[in-house]
Design a protein around this ligand. Sequence first.
Ligand SMILES: CC(C)(COP(=O)(O)OP(=O)(O)OC[C@H]1O[C@@H](n2cnc3c(N)ncnc32)[C@H](O)[C@@H]1OP(=O)(O)O)[C@@H](O)C(=O)NCCC(=O)NCCS
Length: 179
Amino acid sequence: MEFRTARLRLRSLRSTDRSAWIAGMEASAELHGAWVPLVTLDASARFAAQLAEHESGASWKGIALADDGRIAAWVNLNGIQRGVSQSANAGWSVSAAFAGQGMMVEAVGALLDVAFAPEGVALHRVAAGIMPENARSLRVAAGCGFREEGFAPELVNIAGQWRDHRLFAKLAREHRPVG
Ligand SMILES: CC(C)(COP(=O)(O)OP(=O)(O)OC[C@H]1O[C@@H](n2cnc3c(N)ncnc32)[C@H](O)[C@@H]1OP(=O)(O)O)[C@@H](O)C(=O)NCCC(=O)NCCS
């Protein structure tokens, strides 16, 4: 299954993405460093862990591909809850080569298409936590129509420190598909 936007196509992670995934992550490590949980595994082990998590159904791990086939962004639905919740936490990061081109709003819009589509992950709610200092990510959330719900002190350990997060969410009925 693929979801398209004006400049990207979004699909789930595959074992054949390994070398492109690792190269893109390594090239983007400096950009991601201050904003994502401390990386303790090497890139190869991280890729294997992400793929296993996706294949187990615990999360939906996606990549957004540019027209030339390069990975432009990584977009995830983490910690999928079924039963009475039907929810997940969104995570996103851009590949350094594609940063600052408005790709993330497209990629996260498509991630929400996947999240809410009955033939996709069929969720009811997608949440996102963002550090107050992460101005670019806050703009992505605003651009994708996330609603602010609250504030969580010391929610996640980012690069070795417990960091406060602003909490956002979007419900299926609040989303208009972009793809
Ligand atoms: C957050 C991140 C995904 C944004 O990627 P990006 O390529 O800059 O995104 P876009 O080009 O789509 O721009 C997003 C918005 O940020 C704005 N922006 C760009 N640079 C900015 C800056 N320095 N300060 C404030 N806003 C900025 C853009 O204008 C755009 O807003 P708009 O849609 O209202 O015009 C990217 O910086 C990243 O991967 N950061 C590291 C990982 C991360 O923080 N992930 C999210 C954790 S919650």
